[in-house]
Structure formats: structure tokens, C-alpha cells
Design a protein around this ligand. Structure first.
Ligand code: CA
Length: 217
């Protein structure tokens, strides 16, 4: 069983790596949000232990992005935050379980094994905000119930905006998440937001000066 540990605290990451390896897991560690997201996307892991407070991108955003892209690897969120509100947040965003620091390793192991025993069948994670509805499974997008036909990159830009909504997404973030190495010109993002506005309605995507774009609740 391969487990990805996304944790920026060196001591904690190392303790988890050693503890899990001793239990027979193959462990990889990522130290920030973006590299954790990439590893979870492409690494073929059986489970992910995901810290909430991470440099670069929060654990919430990582799990939300994974689910929006149709990646259903079991995710156990681990956080120093506590309280029902945060737990609800984590589960809303698509985490499978939630553990609050400090926790005992025995409890973590039990929860992890429970996740690994679950049926890994994909679950739909429809994204909705501002009257727009996007279903990653069927690739269908509707605006106030009416169908919108989007090109693949338009779909991805919208997917990232909806996954983050109502938060602002920086142009650079969209550029790296949607285009990767295919482009380093932020103007391409503006162009695609323009296409989306034409198809969805100008008012649906707000420009936040100096920060990026957002779709309201
Ligand atoms: Ca942390």
C-alpha cells in the first residue's frame, strides 16, 4: 500500500514516514500544497494524509481540486485546528475522514486502515456557484439550468474557479494549473476568461483587481 504524506512540519512528516514504513506502507512525503496536489494527482497512491495548514496551498484547496478533477484517492485530513466547523469544511471539500492534532499514531493507523478498506468507487462531486453548475463526471456545464458548451481549457478554467468559489483565484494559479508547461503567458488566462464570460454571462466571473478572478456564491 502506497501512502502520500503531505505535511510541512519536518518532525511530524518524518515521524509519520517512519511509523507508516514500520507498518509496511510505502511512504512518500510532500512538503507543500502544490507538490502534494501534483503527487496525489499522478502518484497512484492508495491513500493521502493531508495537513490543512500548508505552504503554497491549503489542504482544503488540495482536496477540493483533486475531487473537482475526478481523483478519488481516499484522503485523511490532519490538522491542528479543531471544532465541528473545520471538520465539516474538510468533509465538504471532499476529505473522507478528519483527525485533529495531537493524535496517537495508533488512532491514525486505525483510521487509515478503515479508509483503505472502503469501496473506492468514484463519487460525483458536482461544483456549483453563482448559478453555474459543473459536473466533472459528465463534463456538463449549465448556467441557470441552460446548457453551455465549453472547450477543454475553458472547462478547466471554470472548474478551478468553481472549486475555489467564492475565493479569488490568481491569474498565475490558473495559468500553472490549466496550462502547466504549455504556456507562461498570463494573457492567455485573460483571453479564456473572456471566452467564458461570453458563454456564461459577463457578470458571472468577477475580476478582482491585482488579485485574480472569482465566482460569487
Ligand atoms: Ca502544517
Amino acid at each position: 500500500m502506497r501512502v502520500l504524506v503531505v505535511e510541512d512540519e519536518r518532525g511530524m512528516a518524518e515521524a509519520l514516514r517512519r511509523g507508516l514504513a514500520a507498518e509496511g506502507f510505502v511512504v512518500e512525503v510532500a512538503r507543500d500544497g502544490p507538490s502534494g496536489l501534483d503527487a496525489a494527482r499522478f502518484g497512484g497512491f492508495d491513500a493521502v494524509l493531508l495537513d490543512v495548514m500548508l505552504p503554497g496551498m491549503s489542504g482544503y484547496t488540495v482536496v477540493r481540486t483533486l475531487r473537482a478533477e475526478g481523483v478519488w484517492v481516499p484522503v485523511l485530513m490532519v490538522s491542528a485546528k479543531d471544532g465541528e466547523y473545520d471538520e465539516a469544511d474538510g468533509l465538504d471539500y471532499g476529505a473522507d475522514d478528519y483527525l485533529t492534532k495531537p493524535f496517537s499514531f495508533v488512532v491514525l493507523l486505525a483510521r487509515l486502515r478503515a479508509l483503505l478498506r472502503r469501496d473506492p468507487a468514484p463519487r460525483p462531486a458536482v461544483l456549483q456557484a453563482g448559478g453555474i453548475r459543473l459536473d466533472p463526471a459528465t463534463r456538463e456545464v449549465t448556467v441557470d439550468g441552460g446548457r453551455a458548451d465549453l472547450a477543454p481549457r475553458e472547462f478547466l478554467v471554470l472548474q478551478h474557479l468553481l472549486a475555489a468559489a467564492p475565493a479569488v483565484v490568481a491569474k498565475e494559479t490558473l495559468l500553472s494549473q490549466v496550462w502547466g508547461d504549455a504556456s507562461d503567458d498570463p494573457n492567455v488566462v485573460e483571453v479564456y476568461v473572456g471566452y467564458l464570460r461570453r458563454k456564461l454571462g459577463r457578470e458571472r466571473i468577477e475580476t478582482v483587481r491585482g488579485a485574480g478572478y472569482r465566482i460569487g456564491p
